[in-house]
Ligand binder design. Structure first.
Ligand code: 3UK
Length: 525
């Protein structure tokens, strides 16, 4: 086999993937398209007006890789990315990988305190950010106990990545690597509130693209993908970047926040064939469709992930748009969806069946597999799962056992093989598809001088989607009331990522606790 190639035998299900011994994944997703005659095909369209062809993409990737090397960033060193959905995201991510550097895309909705942790934890040598996020990134750099050698904005005045790329060479050899070597990281906040860097290998994006995008979604060269979930999420990274790139298709980018209006505008203007959303957004879109007509006729399939899709949202969306929403469960650690519904085989209200290429088992407390119809912990195994958590051997040992990944979710598999979601094994919440730690919200509430104690739990709203609810013990109970609720709400909104504020406040006299003083959140739910 030549260098940097993967051969795919589709005569079996799952397809079997064989990687060349020298395998850097960038040429398979980027340079291959030049050989296959797609140089002039547009791969990226953006609401901001950008259009990028496969030829321009390959050139931008080489320039960005050379720019990072020129800044002195070496093989295996990390570059954090706080970059909006735009062509630069593609250039930096793939340029780094091609150059043997490890890109680490970060959630752009976070606050300075979160970035500070990641700057310190990752030991990154570089940080690239969109100027829009300076307000949170710069204070994080100030506060951090170590500063990356190279901090650079994607664009704007002075020394920007853009300017360095223009001066850099447009030729770059892919750095030697192997299918199982570290390639990129994604931070996950699951299980406990502290983010953990999930380290992914070069093979992982090939595995998800082939097993999920090609085999389950039937994604093809003439598809146009649109992901409301941003590229920095594993979900968005696949939907909006790796999947379209894998099959030679194209993608539409929305740099701003995904709202019913902004997403409908994209669908009407760019006519995507596959749309990727999250339950909360589908719910909001349905609400909006009660009062406006929108043309969604370009869609052949819709996908939902991040949290369970209520069957009622599935049904109403099908009624309104005549398309089905394929719910699937994925995770940052698995990189993408491993149990899913598919066109022609779906059961609303379930996560579907195992994606060929993955194995799943549900186990009890004694780690024995449970019978169909019984609930237990969901473990999965497959070629795309993270190798380990950076700097966190305890969590690695807890979560990744004998090649199996513990999802932290409780599931029941029914007689027909469909998986039914039954909640988390921990107190973590998914809000709008994004992790939300009750501990973090509680800590914020306790910072307020009038608050003595606080507990946060998930509560289903009128669409059956989980949102944070706060139970608060005050220093002076007589201050309880709507004014104080409003004050606490403002306090939370100012200090936490936007989606994390409690939607309900309850003032209580005390909190249910164990003998050792641990809050019993399950009693409040
Ligand atoms: C929950 C779901 C029920 C579940 C993700 C698709 O969400 C993604 O990754 P995260 O690391 O969270 C993983 C956790 O989220 N979850 C996700 N999807 C569903 N629960 N039904 C679902 N359909 O608790 C899981 O353990 O943020 C989703 C692709 C890639 C992803 N990273």
């Amino acid at each position: 086999m030549r260098d940097h190639t993967v051969s795919i035998d589709k005569s079996t299900t799952p397809a079997s993937l064989t990687f060349s011994s020298n395998f850097n994944v960038a040429p398979s997703f980027i340079d291959r398209h030049l050989d296959e005659g797609r140089s002039d095909k547009i791969v990226i369209r953006s609401v901001a007006g950008d259009q990028v062809t496969y030829g321009e993409l390959a050139e931008g990737v080489n320039r960005a890789g050379n720019a990072l090397l020129g800044l002195g960033i070496g093989k295996g060193e990390r570059v954090l990315m706080v970059v909006k959905d735009c062509p630069a995201f593609f250039f930096v991510f793939w340029g780094a990988i091609k150059a043997g550097i490890v890109p680490v895309p970060l959630n752009t909705l976070l606050r300075a305190k979160d970035y500070q942790f990641m700057i310190e934890d990752s030991g990154c040598v570089g940080l690239v950010y969109s100027p829009e996020f300076a307000g949170e990134v710069e204070p994080a750099l100030e506060a951090a106990s170590r500063r990356p050698d190279q901090v650079i904005r994607t664009e704007g005045d002075g020394q920007s990545l853009n300017a360095i790329m223009t001066a850099a060479s447009d030729e770059l050899e892919a750095a030697p690597a192997s299918a199982d070597e570290d390639c990129f990281w994604l931070y996950s906040s699951g299980t406990t509130g502290t983010p953990k860097g999930a380290v992914h290998a070069h093979r992982d994006m090939v595995e998800t693209s082939e097993h999920y995008a090609v085999n389950m979604l039937g994604l093809k060269e003439d598809d146009v993908g649109f992901s409301a979930a941003k590229l920095f999420f594993a979900y968005g990274l696949g939907n909006g970047m790796t999947f379209p790139l894998w099959v030679g298709a194209s993608t539409v980018l929305l740099p701003g926040p995904p709202t019913p209006d902004s997403t409908f505008d994209v669908i009407e203007k760019f006519k995507p064939s596959v749309y990727f959303g999250v339950p909360t957004l589908y719910g909001a879109q349905l609400k909006a469709l009660e009062s406006v007509e929108r043309d969604l006729s370009s869609l052949r399939a819709c996908v939902s992930a991040g949290e369970a899709l209520p069957a009622d949202i599935f049904r109403r969306w099908q009624e309104k748009t005549d398309t089905v929403i394929l719910d699937g469960i994925g995770s940052t650690e698995a990189l993408h969806i491993f149990i899913s519904n598919v066109l022609g085989d779906y059961k609303p209200g379930t996560s579907g069946r195992v994606v060929p290429g993955y194995e799943a088992k549900i186990i009890d407390e004694a780690r024995n597999e449970v019978a169909a119809g019984d609930s237990g912990r969901l473990l999965i195994r497959g070629g795309s799962t993270a190798k380990y958590y950076w700097n966190n051997p305890e969590k690695t040992a807890e979560t990744m056992v004998d090649g199996w990944l513990d999802t932290g979710d409780t599931y029941i598999q029914d007689e027909d093989g469909y998986f039914h979601y039954c909640g988390r094994n921990d107190d973590m919440l998914k809000v709008g598809g994004i992790w939300c730690s009750p501990f973090e919200i509680e800590a914020k509430l306790i910072e307020h001088p009038k608050v003595l104690e606080a507990a946060v739990v998930g509560r289903a709203d009128d669409e059956n989607l989980i949102k944070p609810e706060a139970f608060v013990v005050l220093n002076d109970a007589s201050e309880a009331g709507d004014d104080l609720s409003a004050e606490l709400l403002l306090h939370c909104k100012e200090g936490l990522a936007k989606y994390k504020y409690p939607r309900w406040f309850n003032f209580v006299e005390d909190l249910p606790k164990t003998a050792t003083g641990k809050i019993q959140r399950f009693k409040l739910r």
